[in-house]
Design a protein around this ligand. Structure first.
Ligand code: NDP
Length: 448
């Protein structure tokens, strides 16, 4: 649907012209602007202060060469990115994605989303994101290490514990963060909390690994509760089998649900008895193999090649935890037709705009990524606090704080939606609540 507010509609046209060839970034800005129309009407002072114009333009975009040598002695070159999008409320904060699909538009959409997500956490963190088109899949540990060291050799000039604090994302787990942290320490000769998601022996936070997946379930649980439902006895479809998917599966199961699917980029498994998470962890975290190996543990389960049919699985709740735009209009219709009444996003922007229209048309509960998956960055913020204090909090302490933050995030989305006459539209609520805090800070700091 076209924007009704002329100021935002004209600005969106400018954004489209200025960022050609970046459809994911345009998609993210369009969604946020759609939600912000009532804010633009109510707050002309924010238009006057140039906040809308400034918030869609990254403060800094860094693109760099990442040369490294593979195991056969062949020189390879990847492209590295760091988008320092907005520092109005704190140092830039956001993960590093290592995946062959990475290009400027993907990192910009993720960085833009991160501004609002970080604001929702209530912690003082600005928005940023980074990555590379390097594919860690199939590479040896040595190759991954040489890549990470080369990546950090350039990145270290731009980041710091009070400037920009990267973390993990697709393709960047504990191994990659470890190699990057080691290289930063060597180059700068300082031991600081410059990255989050670190190993527990060198400043990592307990519960950071679990945080995004757990957080998705805590947020979803609040949304369900507010609508008279719960996870208890529900059938849940989860996509992905990486960090977010694994811990979302664990928490949803603990909350009484039965998770029946998981996937990777090749296909998905379906286990009517409920996913055996120990088997998935062995395959994915220890052996780094493909999800179809699950059939070696559970021959009664099924494996389907390709990812899109996962959304045809009958379920009550769907938690997409793999990647952007994994649910299109057709998949959303299949979910609705098969009885799914709730979609809550572990991945960033996993639903296309057409899919979101289907959710609303069918009165489904919809938990948008920037609210539902904010638990990861929230605990990253808590890791920064622990690093500053040079203390380590217990798992229970961090998990308890995470739960509280996710409850607060749901409350902010709910209240903002109500305040703007959009009750039950948590997407609008998340965008409005996330935006307003950053907007006030940008206005107060003047034209910078
Ligand atoms: P991982 O790399 O640990 O796992 C990603 C999973 O998604 C893998 O199963 C992967 O399969 C699958 N996947 C990746 N790309 C595609 C694709 N193009 N098509 C189908 N499947 C794909 O990443 P995370 O679990 O960390 O991240 C998953 C999502 O959650 C991302 O959108 C990320 O931005 C978001 N997120 C992550 C946070 C975190 O703390 N890690 C925080 C907030 C959001 P395969 O192994 O075959 O590639």
């Amino acid at each position: 649907m076209a924007l009704q507010n002329k100021y935002l509609a004209d600005l969106l046209e400018t954004v489209k012209k200025r960022n050609q060839g970046e459809p994911e970034f345009i998609q993210a800005v369009t969604e946020v602007f759609t939600s912000l129309e009532p804010v633009a009407e109510k707050r002309p002072d924010l238009i006057e202060a140039g906040v809308f114009e400034r918030i869609v333009e990254p403060e800094r975009q860094i693109i760099f060469r990442v040369p490294w040598v593979d195991d056969n002695g062949v020189q390879r070159v990847n492209r590295g990115f760091r988008i320092e999008f907005n520092s109005a409320i704190g140092p830039y904060k956001g993960g590093i994605r290592l995946h062959p699909s990475v290009y400027l538009g993907i990192i910009k959409f993720l960085g833009f989303e991160q501004i609002f997500k970080n604001s929702l956490t209530t912690l003082p963190m600005g928005g940023g994101k980074g990555g590379s088109d390097f594919d860690p899949k199939g590479k040896s540990d040595g190759e991954v290490m040489r890549f990470c060291q080369s990546f950090m050799t350039e990145l270290c000039r731009h980041i710091g514990p009070n400037t920009d604090v990267p973390a993990g994302d697709i393709g960047t787990g504990a191994r990659e963060i470890g190699y990057m942290f080691g290289q930063y320490k060597r180059l700068r000769n300082e031991f600081t909390g410059v990255l989050t998601g670190k190993g527990l022996t060198f400043g990592g936070s307990l519960a950071r690994t679990e945080a995004t997946g757990y957080g998705v379930c805590y947020f979803t649980n609040e949304m369900l509760k507010a609508n008279g439902k719960s996870f208890e006895g529900q059938r849940v479809v989860i996509s992905g089998s990486g960090n977010v998917a694994i811990y979302a599966t664990q928490k949803a199961t603990e909350l009484g649900a039965k998770v029946v699917t998981m996937s990777d980029s090749n296909g998905f498994i379906y286990d009517e008895n409920g996913i055996d998470l120990a088997a998935v962890k062995q395959i994915k975290e220890v052996e780094r193999k493909r999800i179809k190996e699950y059939l070696n543990y559970h021959p009664e389960a099924t494996y389907t090649e390709g990812c899109s049919k996962i959304w045809n699985t009958p379920c009550d709740i769907a938690l997409p935890c793999a990647t952007q735009n994994e649910i299109n209009e057709e998949s959303a219709k299949a979910l609705a037709a098969n009885g799914c009444y709730c979609v809550s996003e572990g991945a960033n922007m996993p639903s296309t705009p057409e899919a979101i229209d289907v959710y609303f048309a069918n009165n489904m509960l919809y938990g948008p990524a920037k609210a539902a998956n904010a638990g990861g960055v929230a605990v990253s913020g808590l890791e920064m606090s622990q690093n500053s204090e040079r203390l380590s909090w217990t798992f229970e302490d961090v998990d308890g704080r995470l739960k509280k933050i996710m409850v607060e995030i749901f409350k902010s989305c709910d209240e903002a939606a109500k305040e703007y006459g959009l009750e039950g539209n948590y997407m609008a609520g998340a965008n409005i609540a996330g935006f307003l805090k950053v907007a006030e800070a940008m206005k107060a700091q003047g034209c910078v």
